[in-house]
Design a protein around this ligand. Sequence first.
Ligand code: SAH
Ligand code: SF4
Length: 334
Amino acid sequence: MWTKATIEDLLFGTPDELLFREADRVRQEVCGDEVHLRGILEFSNHCWKNCLYCGLRRDNRSLQRYRMLPEEIVALAAKAAGDGMRTIVLQSGEDPWYTKDRVTAIIRGIKKKAGCALTLSLGERRERELREWKEAGADRYLLKHETANPKLFGSLCPGTTLEKRLGCLRLLKSLGYQVGSGILAGLPGQKPEDFVDDLMLLAFLDVDMVGIGPFIPHPETPLGHDPVGDSRNVLRLIAVARIILREVHIPATTALGTVEREGREKGLRVGANVVMANLTPLRFRKRYAIYPSRICAQESAEWCPECLKQRITNLGRKVSRDYGHSLKGERHAA
Ligand code: SAH
Ligand code: SF4
């Protein structure tokens, strides 16, 4: 078991080269050379929440909002799965238009048409919704804790608390979801010691997936003038997460690829084993503006997976044909 002191030592006292080499070694030992490609469909940019860092926040009136119809979501997900995508991630703002029954119908529709794993990333939702969606066939849920500093979390996420978010994560686990959480790194006011707490929290939560991305200021938010999160710090956090958490899936995030040239490749070399292919129809992609200048907003949805496959092969790694379920044993059937 890792102690606070050993995590501090890794995070603050180990030179890049040593840290990155060890993380890559652990990744190779635990995950092998396979990289999981997950197809993400960002089906709505409506959000009733008002997180200070996010371009989809309710108070951003300059954003043209969209919602995809359930039939279109099912058809696109089924098409991607038919083309070989083993995991489909459905993500949106917290949008109450997608009621319990609508989401259930979408999950059932996808599961009936396609043999893929299904991940939801719909924010904090009610227990009865999460329970029904699991029963309908959803396999996984992504909900980042963003920062383990309760004061900072509270000031950046009006309408919720860190306690509530952690309760939601525990609930998801008890319902049988494979659970992903993670860190938004470089938030204004975040301190280096907060990252130690972030990593300890992720270990304590016993998560199956860990997403770590840099904060990127969006001009239409209250944090629009704050500096962008440091990509080297993100790479170091990914590396330490791999070393201490071991059996977890770690994406090389699109946000990392946005702030740093070849950022996703760098992430894959220091512990990451997952990349996300954007399946959102081109007409909506730019409008899913969580942060500005997102990479892959120009390409067509068909092209995105192909480009990523090429990048994975160029690194000498293999695209997995597996569902990429939790690495923590057999508790999750396909
Ligand atoms: N509404 C859902 C899913 C969409 S937001 C939710 O909040 O969980 C998905 C992720 O985008 C968040 O977890 C957050 O970490 C990230 N994000 C939001 N604003 C960002 C920004 N300005 N820079 C980088 N990542 C951001
Ligand atoms: Fe909404 Fe998620 Fe953005 Fe918060 S981070 S404003 S919940 S989309």
